[in-house]
Design a protein around this ligand. Sequence first.
Ligand SMILES: [Zn+2]
Length: 235
Amino acid sequence: MNTELLKELAIANRILFNEGVLDGFGHISVRNPEDSTRFFIARTMAPALVTPDDIVEVDLDGVVHDSQGRKTYTERYIHSEIYRARPDVHAIVHSHSPSVIPFGVTGYQLRPICHMSGFLGATTPVYEIRDFIGETSDLLVRSQKLGRTLADTLGKATVALMRGHGSVAVGESIKQAVYRAIYTENNARLQLQAAPLGNINFLTEGEAQATSAMNDEHLDRPWQLWKRRALEASQ
Ligand SMILES: [Zn+2]
């Protein structure tokens, strides 16, 4: 059974809320290690309130398999289509974290500004939903077709921005996806602070790769801190 994994997913929801990445909205999922065509995600609810009992299983067509008939988020296709396109991805965070938004709407690129966010690589792709559904949508990824176009935009990257909406961060594990979502928000904030001061000296592609590999060795350290803080905050 996946009891430990579901516990970890519930904690991840609380961490992402506590660290300012998720609010009343946004979600995190994890691929089922016993069936790669399915993933786990909370039923439709605020992330900070998620417990293991609130988690449902969804297939890659976005169909929910739940004995209680519960529903999950409208934007589950973000997850299903990225899992379909990226066998290397085992966890996905979709958030509306605020500092990221300016980069999706200005053409000003989100790039790694410090050694904690080397995973961003050379540049961060921006998903323009208008190209696929016209100018009157509510910007939500409501269908398999839109999920597929988002997965195409993400390509091999770790993070994609969604114009006027938010972002998606992927990882090989819950801990890596959570780390990336938190440090994407941090990097965006730092870049906004640095930009008025002058030209930014970003990490080179080589530095981005090396720092990303280095940080992947230490994902458990911040995870334990974030977990403690989130559990204390929810008491
Ligand atoms: Zn959204």
